[in-house]
Write a protein that binds this ligand. Structure first.
Ligand code: HEM
Length: 474
């Protein structure tokens, strides 16, 4: 067995290691990181300040890491998200308890009950876009998809009629700023130190925003807890209507651990995690999907034909049954997730020494997995890896090619995969369907012009998701 010292990597200098490579814009840092994954076969080592990182670019090694009990703790930078007890960043021992408790909150029946919320929020988004249609100019979609997924996730997490409360919805947009500040710490080695970060204006901005969020949401939690307690005291049976959304807050308030209710702090942590993990990811992914459709009119036409086939009229309600019949749209979404996985880099930390690819890796090493890089590798996806071809995901073709599980894993893998995977698939299908029912999309951008990407927790497109819409006449 070889040791860590034997693993190749870029030259490291005293104190800074290779941190100089990541100086400059976030865009530049992301392209440097991706170039390292292309340069080194299977595994490489990089030291940034005092921290040692291992980059993995081999599908078998990644598969091993995602499933090994020796590395189920998250990398140190997840702590920047400041939700220590939420699923995303909690320690493996705590996570096991939380995930078991929360899995039922994402079961099929509950997700189906959310479809009416998704549909309503998407319809509101389409109406807001009408202004852009009138102007007839090119605009950035992300602004619209972000507000819409905020509405969806807030309505399915807190209370289903929250969209009618402009004050609460206003505060939801603070979330965008919060995640952007947290994300900016990841690639900036200097800001890894809590002490240095606390000296920056961003830290104070973050404190202000999180306090405002708490001040708005805490009364909702407390009020709802009192209501549920009262209902239980009155032994009032909830109507068992499967169409009634069962919001996450109610489920968390009803959960028991060792026969005790969860504390308000724990509930807050779980809800903020769901809000944080669910909004920006889904919003950016839908923006990428719609942009790709705008770039590829023939694919857009096929999605539109499928909509016409599945829905008898323009006004027909979107339901679980209609969404599951939109199979080509599902291929389009998967291909968009392949080219632009919005959670492009994930990290784990070894909790005990482990053997990996013929090396002995000590405890406490950060392992970096670059999903974006794996999704674009030519040896896994062929010479056309960078092109948009939803037919790759035609179930017959995909199955026959026997793709490695780690050649396509936009929702992560192993036990700590994305709990919101099916939630987001329903939400994304609903949003794309509502937009295409009403508008035809075009864009001045081409796939070549989308190479300038960066990473601040989610994958950012420097040129923006610029599209133009015109009404679709049926
Ligand atoms: C396109 C949309 C989405 C993508 C691409 C995505 C991607 C991911 C990925 C890659 C992970 C694994 C992170 C890691 O290994 O460190 C993850 C975890 C997670 N995601 Fe998502 N996600 C999406 C939407 C959502 C939604 C809508 C929700 C909630 C409503 C959600 C909640 C979570 C949570 C709670 C975790 C942590 C799971 C755990 O550790 O048990 N995600 N997501």
């Amino acid at each position: 067995q070889r040791t860590l010292q034997g693993i190749d990597g870029p030259k490291a200098y005293p104190i800074i290691g290779s941190a100089h490579l990541l100086l400059g814009s976030e865009e530049r840092s992301f392209s440097v990181v991706c170039a390292l994954y292309s340069k080194y076969d299977k595994i490489f080592q990089i030291r940034l300040g005092p921290k040692n990182f291992l980059g993995l670019s081999d599908p078998d090694l990644i598969q091993e890491v995602l499933h090994s009990p020796s590395c189920q703790n998250k990398a140190f930078f997840y702590r920047f998200l400041e939700v220590d007890y939420g699923l995303i960043s909690s320690r493996y021992v705590d996570w096991k308890v939380y995930r078991k408790m929360l899995n039922p909150a994402f079961n099929q029946r509950i997700l189906i009950s959310f479809i009416s919320i998704f549909s309503r929020a998407a319809e509101r988004m389409v109406k807001r876009m009408a202004e852009e249609e009138k102007q007839g100019h090119v605009f950035d979609l992300l602004h619209y998809t972000t507000q819409s997924t905020m509405e969806m996730v807030c309505a399915s997490s807190l209370k289903s009629d929250i969209m009618d409360d402009p004050k609460t919805m206003g505060i939801c947009s603070d979330f965008e700023k919060i995640t952007s500040i947290m994300g900016s710490r990841v690639l900036n080695v200097l800001l890894h130190s809590d002490l240095l970060f606390a000296l920056t204006p961003r830290y104070w901005e973050l404190q202000k925003l999180t306090q405002r969020l708490r001040d708005t949401f805490s009364p909702i939690f407390l009020k709802r807890r009192a209501e549920l307690q009262q209902q239980r005291a009155e032994l009032e049976d909830e109507t068992d209507d499967y169409r009634k959304p069962m919001v996450f807050l109610d489920q968390l308030l009803n959960m028991q651990r060792n026969s005790a209710e969860l504390s308000i702090e724990e509930i807050e942590c779980h809800l903020y995690t769901i809000l944080g993990a669910g909004t920006e990811t889904t919003a950016s992914q839908v923006a990428y999907i719609l942009l790709l459709l705008a770039m590829h009119p023939e694919v857009q036409e096929r999605v539109w034909e499928e909509i016409r086939f599945v829905y008898d009229t323009d006004a027909q309600e979107i339901t679980y049954e209609t969404l599951t019949r939109q199979l080509y749209l599902e291929q389009v979404i998967k291909e968009s997730l392949r080219l632009f996985p919005v959670a492009p880099v994930i990290g784990r930390e070894t909790t005990e020494p482990m053997s990996l690819g013929g090396y002995t890796i000590p405890a406490g090493v950060t392992l970096l997995i670059n999903i974006f890089h794996m999704h674009r590798r030519k040896d896994l996806w062929g010479e056309g890896a960078d092109s948009f071809d939803p037919d790759r995901f035609d179930p017959l073709i995909y199955k026959s090619q026997k793709q490695h599980p780690c050649s396509f894993f936009p929702f992560g893998g192993g036990p700590r995969n994305c709990i919101g995977y099916r939630y987001s698939m329903f939400a994304m299908k609903t949003m794309v369907t509502q937009v295409l029912r009403r508008y035809k999309l075009s864009t001045p951008l081409t796939l070549d012009s989308t190479q300038r990407l960066s990473f601040a927790v989610t994958l950012k497109l420097s040129v923006g998701h610029m599209i133009k819409i015109e009404p679709r006449h049926t």
